[in-house]
Design a binder for this molecule. Structure first.
Ligand SMILES: [Zn+2]
Length: 252
């Protein structure tokens, strides 16, 4: 049964991941997510049903438009595959529990926001506002360690600290990041927000450093921080307790 549900969630992830790509690319520029149907940005060729199979279509067409041969961004199949793998991972980690529901929602929001942040350097309010009420209700009903206060303090700590960073650095970090970490603080609660933030800074500086080293981006060119925050949040959501236990056992 576990295997069946894991495979089911993997395939479901591939399919909804394809929709998340569209949402992440269209919502920031205020386009409808349902019409027009996906088309080639160069020749306007409408995608037919055989082009809409996640990942598989991309491989069959070798990443090109069937009509004009324009290259299709590998971000599409990567977003689909990431959603499928993360959905399966959440289920394998949490099984039949409400944490699985919260985890799947967190993955969904993460994929959409990552697409949007990578493409436009934006974490759209409309996406955050669509997910926030659902997380608000779910965490009130199913808080970590049966204490909703952990989540209240997480939101205050996350939002407050980052707001201070924004004010002190005068825009070194965007307001979108503040809103995101406010919401992540609510979802993760304290203390799990702390390893999430440390992991985000670690991965952010590592990837940022490599991008500068290999001259893919210029020094001082801003790189989006949202994807790193979301990666840190997902890791801490699943392994936060373990990370904190390890940290304590090193200190003792
Ligand atoms: Zn084309």
């Amino acid at each position: 049964m576990t295997l069946f549900l894991t495979i089911y969630l993997f395939i479901l992830g591939l399919i909804v991941g394809s929709f998340f790509n569209v949402v992440g690319l269209r919502v920031p520029i205020k386009l409808s997510v349902v019409s027009p149907p996906s088309q080639c940005p160069k020749c306007g060729n409408r995608l037919r049903p055989r082009d809409l199979m996640p990942v598989v279509s991309y491989m069959l067409s070798r990443g090109q438009c069937r009509q004009c041969g324009k290259r299709i961004s590998p971000l599409y199949p990567m977003g689909e595959l990431a959603t499928g793998l993360l959905f399966a991972w959440i289920y394998l980690t949490f099984g039949n529990s409400w944490d699985t529901v919260i985890g799947l929602l967190l993955v969904s929001m993460s994929v959409i926001l990552t697409v949007s942040d990578l493409k436009y350097m934006l974490l759209p309010n409309r996406i955050l506002l669509a997910f926030a009420p659902v997380f608000l209700v779910l965490r009130c009903l199913f808080p970590d360690d049966s204490s909703v206060w952990l989540h209240v303090w997480g939101a205050i700590a996350g939002g407050g600290v980052l707001l201070a960073v924004v004010i002190l650095t005068r825009g070194g970090m965007g307001l979108g990041d503040v809103k995101l970490i406010f919401l992540l603080g609510w979802i993760l609660g304290l203390p799990n927000l702390i390893p999430a933030f440390i992991l985000a800074c670690f991965f952010g500086s590592l990837v940022g450093g490599l991008l500068i080293l290999f001259k893919i981006v210029k020094r001082k060119q801003p790189i989006p921080f949202g994807p790193f925050l979301l990666l840190g949040a997902l890791l801490s959501f699943a392994y936060g307790d373990t990370i904190i236990d390890c940290y304590h056992s090193i200190l003792m």
